[in-house]
Design a protein. Structure first.
Length: 48
């Protein structure tokens, strides 16, 4: 997975992009959410 960094984050970490190798247990969009799952929501705003 290619991660792109923009605006404030890019300036502060000094990296514009990186490649992230995902573990084998990443699920698809049709995977049911279970009691012990962790879900994160990120706003679609780059700030710049």
């Amino acid at each position: 997975m290619k991660i792109l960094y923009f605006a404030w984050l890019r300036s502060n970490i000094g990296v514009s992009e990186e490649i992230l190798h995902l573990p084998q247990d990443v699920v698809t969009l049709d995977h049911p959410v279970r009691q012990d799952d962790e879900v994160a929501f990120f706003l679609p705003v780059t700030g710049g």
